[in-house]
Design a protein around this ligand. Structure first.
Ligand SMILES: CC(C)(COP(=O)(O)OP(=O)(O)OC[C@H]1O[C@@H](n2cnc3c(N)ncnc32)[C@H](O)[C@@H]1OP(=O)(O)O)[C@@H](O)C(=O)NCCC(=O)NCCS
Length: 172
């Protein structure tokens, strides 16, 4: 497996990247997902893919926020039959390296969390006792060194747990 740039010059990879989004992050049609992939390929963004031969095993995107000090990780997908083999972590580490090279210090990511819970009752208490009841990706990010920052209740059918990681040593 190799991790390399996902670019618009590689039509087959772009198509596969969109198909992975359709399969793994349900929502709009392939045409809309193709548009989403193209948006991730803009020069001010980062798009990296894990490939084996001509097959895209997964890919990751990043865009800058807060005047480039912080980058948001989105999207991240790994082909179903290749999950739990370290590819997601390798893509996250690769993105971290590229973000570090751009002199940013933090990565932010939003992960789906349990719908239908009234988080307003006591958000902080709930987050303190958060449990991975349904294979939610936040535990994957925890294993990659990300910590829970907060939650946006009822964001997109799910709630969104926001997680962050400082990718350079803290300096004062
Ligand atoms: C989430 C996703 C990217 C993880 O990729 P992956 O290649 O399967 O992850 P890895 O094999 O690198 O896993 C790294 C670690 O996280 C753990 N892990 C992976 N997915 C997990 C989950 N859903 N829940 C709990 N732990 C998980 C692995 O067991 C591994 O543990 P380790 O520290 O003991 O080695 C992948 O499952 C995926 O594409 N899911 C569908 C799309 C999606 O939800 N994307 C994220 C949007 S925020």
């Amino acid at each position: 497996m190799q991790i390399t740039d996902l670019t618009s010059h590689n039509g087959s990879a772009v198509r596969q990247a969109a198909e992975l989004l359709v399969d793994l992050l349900p929502g709009p049609t392939i045409d809309e997902k193709l548009k989403e992939v193209q948006e991730c390929l803009a020069p001010d963004k980062i798009a990296r893919m894990a490939v084996e031969g001509e097959t895209v095993l997964g890919w990751i995107g990043g865009r800058e926020r807060y005047a480039g000090h912080l980058w948001e990780l989105h999207p991240l997908v790994v082909r179903r039959e290749r999950q739990r083999q370290g590819i997601g972590r390798a893509l996250v580490e690769d993105l971290e390296e590229h973000v570090r090279a751009r002199d940013a210090h933090t990565i932010l990511v939003a992960a789906d969390y349990e719908p239908g819970i009234d988080l307003y009752a006591n958000v902080l208490e709930h987050l303190r006792g958060v449990k991975n009841v349904r294979d939610y990706q936040y535990e994957f990010y925890e294993r990659c060194g990300y910590v829970i920052l907060g939650v946006v209740p009822d964001a997109n059918g799910f709630s969104n747990i926001y997680m962050v990681k400082r990718i350079v040593p803290l300096t004062r």
